[in-house]
Design a protein around this ligand. Structure first.
Ligand SMILES: [Zn+2]
Length: 174
């Protein structure tokens, strides 16, 4: 079921999400919640990730589903109770957007760690520790911020903020 997106103008988006009890994993309730997250994400053409709080549920789970060059969506990947184990010293700056900020039609540059190592549970309750870098690390860090009630607009370089039209012109010129 497609759910409404909680926007940055709403108090709810600032709520700190609570860990999911491992006993909840595998229940029909959590499975159907995972489907709702996916349905809601897929209702946006360019959406790549969504956190539970963005559909109003303060639980520590997010979903990433990127698309390949041809626009074909990769298989969805769920992260439950993620913990950052270590990060690079190296920082990188790049554009981000967010479904909760003007439905992902506002862009701006944010500085993030280049790589991260995180541990988390998947939707089957299996635990993983994995290293991610580049854009994937950026997406994870953006989503983990959501679990803390933070938005990219809190740390964006305000001189780089662009609306969708300006952003598309900008990337075309690069
Ligand atoms: Zn976001």
């Amino acid at each position: 079921m497609i759910r409404n997106i909680v926007l940055d103008s709403e108090e709810k988006i600032r709520e700190i999400s609570l860990p999911i009890n491992p006993h909840e994993i595998g229940t029909e309730e959590l499975k159907s919640f995972c489907v709702d997250l996916l349905d809601t994400l897929q209702s946006f053409k360019y959406g790549v990730a969504i956190s539970a709080i963005q559909i109003g549920i303060p639980k520590r789970i997010f979903l990433i589903q990127r698309s390949d060059k041809d626009g074909k969506r990769e298989s969805p990947k769920y992260f439950i109770n993620p913990v950052i184990e270590s990060t690079s010293e190296k920082l990188v700056k790049y554009y981000e957007a967010c479904l909760s900020v003007n439905y992902a039609q506002t862009f701006g540059e944010v500085v993030r760690k280049y790589w991260i190592r995180i541990s988390y549970l998947d939707e089957n309750g299996n635990s993983h520790t994995e290293k991610y870098d580049g854009l994937y690390a950026r997406i994870i860090l953006h989503e983990i911020d959501h679990l803390e009630g933070k938005l990219f607009t809190d740390i964006v370089d305000s001189s780089t903020v662009k609306d969708l039209k300006e952003y598309l012109e900008y990337i075309k010129k690069r």
